[in-house]
Every structure is written in C-alpha cells, then in structure tokens.
Design a protein around this ligand. Structure first.
Ligand code: PMP
Length: 418
C-alpha cells in the first residue's frame, strides 16, 4: 500500500492478510519479473501449507484403500475419509454426515443429481427452473436431460443490473416444476442471488431447490439448514483444497429415494447374477475408489478457513473488492458487469477498445493472474451482448498491493489500447 494513496482501511479485528499469505507457498513468486498478484480465485484458489502437509502426512503414514480392509492402514484411511465427511457436514451445517456425498467436483455433483434425481422424480413434460447466469455445469446436464427425456428447461432472466429477481423465478414455477437449480453466487458476475426468496417461493409449492455453491462456500458462511435448500454442491479446489474432490449435500429424504448414478465398488451391498443390491446413501453414490486423499485435503482446507472465520473472510474480501472497484472506476472507458451491491469478491469488466484476451495477456505480463473469456457462462455473455469479460476474483490472501498491480496493468493496457 502506498502511503499517499491508501486504498483500503481494514478494521482492527480484520484478518491479517499479509500474515496469511505466507501460508501459501505459490503466492511467493515472481511472474515475468513482478510479484504474483493472483486474482483468479474464482477459477481455483491456491493451497495453504496446512492442506499440502495434511495430504503428504496422509500419504506417508495412513494411506490405503478404504472401507474394505481389516488391516490397520485401511482402518486409518477409512477414519480419515469419514472424519472428512463430518468436517464437511459441520462446515455447511448439514443435519447428518450421511447427507454429504463426496464427488470429484461440483460438475460431477450436478451431473449426479441431474441423472439420479431425474430418474426418480422427473417425467416427460416436467420442468427444471434455472437462471440465465448459470455456469455451464448447471445448464448442460439439464439440457441433455431435456433432449433425451422430454424435460423442459426454463431459465429465469437476469435483470439489467446482472442480478436475478426472485419474483421472476417464481413466475416460472408451475405444477410441473420438479426442481429449481440455481447458483448461490454467479461465477461470472459475482452476483449473490436472492436465494432465501427463491427458496421461499419454491417451498410454497413443495418444489426442491438445488444451490450451486461453488463461488459461495469459500467466501461466506453457508448454513444449508438455515437456507432450507434440498441440495448444495461445491468443489474443494475453490475452497483452498485439492482438485478432484467435491461435495453434494442432499437432504436425507431425497438421497434415500434416488437410484445409483455410477455403479461398482463401494456402492455395492451384494452382487449376484440374479441381481445386485446397493448400499444406503452416501455410499450408494460413491462408486469405485473415491478421492481419499482429496477428502483429507478438503477437511484440512475447511479447518484452515474455519480457524480464520468465514464472517471475517467475507468482511475482508468485501472491503477489498469494494476498494478495487473504486480504483478501477478511475480507468477510462471501463464497463462493469454485475451488481455494485450484493456481490461477492468478483469483479467483471471490459475496457472499451481492448479485447478481454488482450487485457488478460497484458495483465499477465505485469504479474497479474486474471481470467478472461466467457467464464463457462455463454448464455449469460449472450444476454450481456459481449463475447467475454475480464474477471478478477479476490481471496482473503489478496491485499491492496494486488489491487495496485491490477491498476498498473490496466493503465498499461490503456497505453497500448488508448
Ligand atoms: N458452478 C460454478 C458457479 C462454478 O464457478 C464452477 C467452476 N468454475 C462450477 C460450477 C464447476 O466446478 P468444477 O469445475 O470444479 O466442477
């Protein structure tokens, strides 16, 4: 932070980002001669040493395949995996650990629900309501279903400000609506959706609601029981955990009625050529050898962010993103997408006269990692009338120095594209 231009004043009880960033080895490097300003956290977050060490410890001491072994290592690994489930349960305040299904990521969680829930509960002519701002992972599984099974996919429009109006979601609900599946937070715009109102509208009609929490869980407290949602999905890697692990939270009543998705391995109760029986959830949905070390890493990540406190993370990131937006507003001919209020620490913008990919490349040369393009939300980009945007997304380890690096990079872009 320069003395002349304080971007951001944190309250005394704010987290100490400078100290926390030292927990993340990857942040301590230069890119093209500049200190790395990592602002691509919505795509994936960096990993604290606590996560890396927990996984190494696990592989070095306790690793074996789980559940089927009577030997010591298998039991230790099973305990670690099942304890990780309890950690995830507590983190989002699920009622029971059995309501936590480990998957390979949010995309798999969404595909699991689309495939399994639909076989149990959706018939031709039934409807699934989403919104226009969904990530492809919460569009395409439903679209495939629509094509194959005659299910009708109804996207609620976004408002001109890049948000979603719960009343417009409600207006789409009919007797044939069997599921509302919406983002908790938009990955492309940072919009925090009015999920409480959307859930209330759905509940009036006994319609279950799935929330795609990929961009929420790492940035705000999430309580699935307080929210009252029926399903909640997220990926470990955006929550400072490893890749290859994700969570599907599903209320027991739903999971119990849903058929297996993938089959084989751990989800089996017994097999004969007369027929096969399946285990109860969550095992029923965890076919094959699961991402065991991934679960251990995810639990370490959850412990790590919980020790900082999700409220404090939310508060700090909010202040940081507001400061960044105020600074970016000073740049000539910049257009922001998404709401000014009620947003997560994601800022999406374009510089008139400069293609987003050029902006991203110049930022990279200045040591700034930002993301450019459609952010896997092409229908949203179409609605906004742009091929893509530049997106910067903050984490609690970002500091005002990262904002300054970003602004310097954009000033450089303006020199090249005046
Ligand atoms: N939904 C949202 C809102 C996301 O941001 C992402 C990741 N960009 C996904 C779903 C898919 O997550 P993953 O690629 O980890 O499966």
């Amino acid at each position: 932070m320069t003395a002349a231009r304080p971007l951001f004043r944190a309250p005394p009880d704010a987290l100490d980002a400078e100290a926390l960033r030292r927990d993340f080895p990857a942040l301590n490097q230069k890119i093209h001669g500049f200190p790395l300003a990592y602002l691509d956290n919505a795509a994936s977050a960096q990993k604290p040493r606590a996560v890396l060490e927990a996984m190494t410890r696990f592989y070095e001491n306790d690793y074996a395949n789980i559940h089927r072994g009577v030997h010591e290592l298998s039991q230790r690994a099973t305990n670690a995996y099942e304890n990780a489930r309890k950690t995830a349960q507590r983190f989002i305040n699920a009622n029971a650990a059995d309501e936590i299904v480990f998957t390979r990521g949010a995309t798999e969680s969404l595909n699991l629900v689309a495939s399994s829930f639909s076989r149990a509960f959706l018939r031709e002519g039934d409807e699934v309501v989403i919104t226009e701002l969904e990530h492809h992972a919460n569009i395409v599984p439903w679209q495939v279903l629509a094509k194959e099974r005659g299910v009708i996919l109804k996207p609620a429009p976004i408002t001109p400000g890049g948000s979603v109006d719960a009343a417009q979601v409600e207006a789409l609900l009919t007797k044939r609506t069997k599921l509302v599946s919406v983002a908790h937070v938009s990955n492309a715009l940072g919009t925090v959706l009015p999920v409480a109102d959307i859930i209330a509208a759905a509940k009036k009609r006994d319609i279950p609601v799935l929330l795609d929490g990929c961009q929420a869980v790492g940035h705000m407290p999430v309580d699935v029981r307080a929210l009252g949602c029926d399903f909640y999905v997220f990926s470990g890697h955006k929550l400072y955990g490893p890749t290859g692990i994700g969570v599907l939270y599903g209320r027991k009543e739903w999971l119990a009625e849903m058929p297996p998705w993938q089959t084989g391995g751990d989800m089996i109760e017994s097999v004969s050529f007369k027929g096969t029986t399946f285990r109860e959830p969550p095992a029923r949905f965890e076919a094959g050898t699961p991402p065991i070390a991934g679960a251990v890493g995810l639990a370490a990540a959850i412990d790590y962010v919980s020790a900082i406190g999700m409220e404090r993370i939310a508060d700090y990131e909010r202040r940081l993103a507001d400061a960044a937006r105020a600074e970016l507003s000073k740049i000539n001919r910049i257009t922001f997408y998404g709401p000014r209020d009620n947003h997560s620490p994601i800022i999406s913008f374009n510089l008139e006269g400069a293609h987003a990919h050029d902006v991203g490349s110049i930022l990279d040369r200045c040591g700034v990692a930002a993301r450019t393009g459609h952010h896997c939300a092409e229908p949203l980009m179409e609605r906004l009338g742009v091929p893509g945007t530049t997106r910067v997304s903050f984490a609690f380890y970002n500091t005002p120095a990262d904002i300054e690096a970003l602004c310097r990079g954009l000033e450089k872009t303006r020199e090249i594209f005046p």
